[in-house]
Design a binder for this molecule. Structure first.
Ligand code: PEP
Ligand code: MG
Length: 581
């Protein structure tokens, strides 16, 4: 038995069998073949292509069942490529003429194709390169007899142990069978952590080297509440954890009894609790946890799946689905594409930067790819007839940037009017406050928009200069840092002064230890992973505004993170039975 301490990234406790997932990159072998071995070589290629085609068709059926028909169509182009007679003829001719092995010929043919597409002026063609890499990868795996199980092919329950997981891997994995996640890398607000919480999978990240100790088939306990992972536990430990699991499940059921009750303080202040979602199906979980709307739909996850950028119609279908599901329950806030940082759309040229966190992200990317931006805004506007939509722009850093995005939105509205396509003319438009320069000019920005939503994951990252996904400096990621608290206070006051409401959709909004402080600071709307809603609601219903304001008054006088952190934790622990650390 061996215990590891990491970062508790998604709550819940689970025990199960390890599945060690190491994503090694393929080395493409190159060797000559004799002329009489050409037919053999071609047969090997056809067989590998057939298997890759079957794999893709299976994946398409599963995607259709879990995410809808529209999403599964993204794989059509992959399947068509394998069937394309010109593509096959190219490989055959090259093997015959160059007398080289099929892996190498496939590799060089694909490289040529990708180079041609990347040089194209047509953005649609450029973006197809990612599909081509995906298809080629599958064929290589079969050519090299790599029996590599992809995360989408899992067929029994496992605990995923891995070094790092891209958001696109996390989306593609078969979530039904992933019971827990233990990972070397990652911090509490990394996008893997956010997805794990959304999918309600207990996760411990930042374990440094769990992959160096665990083997597939080992037994593992993942305690997402305390951040502990126990490898091959003894019988006594296992029994102890089985009891902890039962207690946790009981507590979850009790919290759900609050669903029908409003989030209202003891002295009658109404607060709105909304859900953050990454994929449309999550609206079920949002409703099951009593959410009053969607405070953040991270639309970029639609683009991190096979197929890359989605068409206007595909986006329209996804947005409409969310709006219809939430109709009558509350507003749906869709955020425009926030790629870049750790959300890299594989294969998109230019997103592979030296300093991505400070780079070509979010609206910066959209303003230089207005074709993609307009497609998305048109899809959102069109979908607005299906419910109560709000549009939100991420990573705004100042007034000029805000004016530019508002101008593009205005152009899209005019286009649709000219085309006679209906949309809601009264859609509220807001921005995320997640860059310190925006927080410090909140008074100016507030006069241009209908609402703010504070993105503390990035705001903390940029204020303290601490990479939110880097486990080595995770100790510096301090939500109670006086610098952060002062910014929050200022943003909320400036927004209220201008008469607009303030939401928070960073992970801080779902942290039970922050709930009373945010109340005292005057936050109007909390948006978080769905399962966090009942606990925050319970806290809000148990306190009064005057208590919350008094707590804020006390901590705003304190000088250090440590002092505030320990004061707030003991204040909260005296009053509430909170899970986690
Ligand atoms: C944030 O930065 O707090 C936020 C909600 O956006 P994301 O986590 O997607 O960057
Ligand atoms: Mg952000």
């Amino acid at each position: 038995m061996k215990t590891f301490k990491g970062i508790s990234a998604s709550p819940g406790i689970v025990t199960g069998e390890v599945f060690l997932y190491l994503d090694d990159t393929v080395q493409v072998p190159k060797y000559d073949i004799e002329p009489d071995k050409v037919e053999n070589e071609l047969e090997r290629f056809h067989e590998a292509a057939r298997k890759a085609g079957n794999e893709l068709r299976d994946l398409q059926i599963r995607t259709s069942a879990s995410m809808g028909k529209e999403e599964s169509k993204l794989l059509d182009s992959h399947i068509l490529m394998l069937k394309d007679p010109e593509f096959t003829r190219n490989i055959e001719e090259n093997v015959r003429s160059q007398l080289l092995n099929a892996e190498w010929v496939l590799y060089s043919t694909i490289r040529q194709l990708v180079n041609t597409l990347e040089a194209s002026t047509d953005s649609y063609l450029r973006e197809r390169t990612i599909d081509i890499h995906d298809v080629a990868q599958r064929v290589y795996n079969h050519l090299l007899y790599r029996d590599k199980i992809s995360l989408s092919d899992l067929s029994h329950e496992i605990i995923l142990v891995t070094h790092n997981l891209l958001p696109s891997d996390a989306l593609a994995m078969n979530k039904k069978f992933v019971k827990g996640i233990a990972m070397d890398a990652g911090g509490k607000t990394s996008h893997t952590a956010i997805l794990a919480r959304s999918f309600e999978i207990p996760a411990v990240l930042g374990l440094s080297n769990i992959t160096g100790h665990a083997k597939s088939g080992d037994r593992l306990i993942v305690d997402g509440n305390s951040g502990q992972v126990i490898l091959n536990p003894d019988k006594k430990t296992l029994q102890l954890y089985e009891k902890k699991i039962r207690d946790w499940q009981r507590r979850e059921v009790e919290l759900l009894t609050l669903n029908e009750l409003p989030a209202e303080t003891r002295d009658g202040k109404k607060i709105y609790l909304r859900a953050n979602i990454e994929v449309p199906e999550e609206t079920d979980s949002a409703l099951a946890h009593g959410s009053e709307g969607i405070g953040l739909y991270r639309s970029e996850f639609l683009f991190l799946q096979p197929g890359g950028f989605s068409s206007e119609d595909t986006q329209y279908a996804a947005y409409s689905r969310v709006l219809e599901a939430m109709s009558g329950k509350g507003t749906v806030t869709i955020r425009t594409l926030d790629v870049g940082g750790d959300k890299v759309i594989p294969g998109v040229a230019g997103l592979d930067e030296k300093n991505p966190i400070l780079g070509w992200r979010a609206v910066r990317f959209c303003l230089s790819r207005k074709d993609l931006f307009r497609t998305q805004l048109r899809a959102m506007l069109r979908a607005s007839v299906h419910g109560k939509l709000q549009i939100m722009f991420p990573m705004i850093s100042g007034i000029e940037e805000l004016e530019q995005v508002l101008k593009v939105l205005q152009e899209c509205r005019e286009q649709l009017r000219n085309e006679g396509i209906p949309f809601d003319e009264e859609i509220p438009v807001g921005i995320m406050i997640e860059v310190p320069s925006a927080a410090l000019t909140a008074d100016i920005l507030a006069r241009k928009v209908d609402f703010f939503s504070i993105g503390t994951n990035d705001l903390i990252q940029y204020t303290i200069a601490v990479d939110r996904g880097n486990e080595k400096i995770a100790y510096l990621y301090e939500p109670f840092h006086p610098g952060v608290l002062r910014l929050l206070k200022r943003v909320i006051e400036d927004a209220h002064e201008a008469g607009i409401p303030v939401a928070m959709c960073g992970e801080m909004a779902g942290d039970p230890y922050m709930a009373v402080i945010l109340l005292g600071l005057g936050l109007d709307i909390y948006s978080m992973s769905s399962f966090g809603i009942p606990e925050v609601k319970k806290i809000i219903r148990s306190v009064s505004m005057s208590e919350a304001e008094e707590l804020v008054g006390t901590i705003m006088e304190m000088k250090s993170y440590r002092e505030i952190d320990s004061y707030v934790r003991s204040w909260m622990n005296e009053r509430f039975d909170l899970a986690g650390t």
